[in-house]
Design a protein around this ligand. Sequence first.
Ligand code: SF4
Length: 286
Amino acid sequence: MICVYPDFYRAFACKASFCRHSCCRGWEIDVDEESAAYYRALPGKLGDDLRAALVEEAGVWHFRLTDDERCPFLRSDGLCRLIRELGEQALCDICALHPRFYGELGSFEFCGLGLSCEKVCELLLESSAPLRFQLDDKAELLDFAGLLCRMGLEPVAELLQFTPKPGEARYAEILRRLSETEPIDENWTEEIRQLRSVLTDLVENAVEYAAVCDRGRYDRIYQYILFRQLERAGEYEFPALAVYARLSTEFVFLQDALLGADPEHLRRWSEQIEYSTENVDRLLSI
Ligand code: SF4
């Protein structure tokens, strides 16, 4: 396999207690069988707490979240009790892996970092230079067109970059499509409702913003969203994947135009869409 990494992959380091949107809140984490067995056999107070927190449902173990939806091992200072008391090697597979993702197509393995993590959004957006990709540990870096060529896909010029297309009909359609995705929480539904209520303002702001914004920022967002879906290029035509990435980038763009450029708009979109296969499929099925 040829492993493909975005150029910022190796710069990732978890923000731990400095993270405002910790992945240790709000998500119910499945614990792999081997880790569950290790936790259940641990002696002492930590072992007792692990046994009390572990729940098995339909043969799958997970930690019961606290009433305010936190992992029971997330300390009040934002650090992980398991890491502090046992070391990183004690983490279950999902906690050790997150926010990394892996996908395969043919002889390529795409190794990336998920955008629901605020640190990943910051890394992607700290530069507006063209996104580049490293193959295995080779020194050569490919741009997005180069990566597609290497994969045997045709890099059609208009599908390589993001061009904003503000318009009431288009923005109404984007917001309608997103309103039909399964909401991650009540706030998502309300956020979309509010955006739909200011459609005219959205378009006016987007027209003005398109004239002055840093286009490189949105090319990076667009190409990275596409990169995550490249594993599905055998299932969907590349232009269909590009439509998905374009719609998603335009959604981030229109919020930046209205509220000011903020990595949180991208992170929030990712949390809602990219972490639900069902929601990605809904947006892919035009
Ligand atoms: S969201 Fe990212 S930065 Fe925040 S705690 Fe999780 S891995 Fe660390």
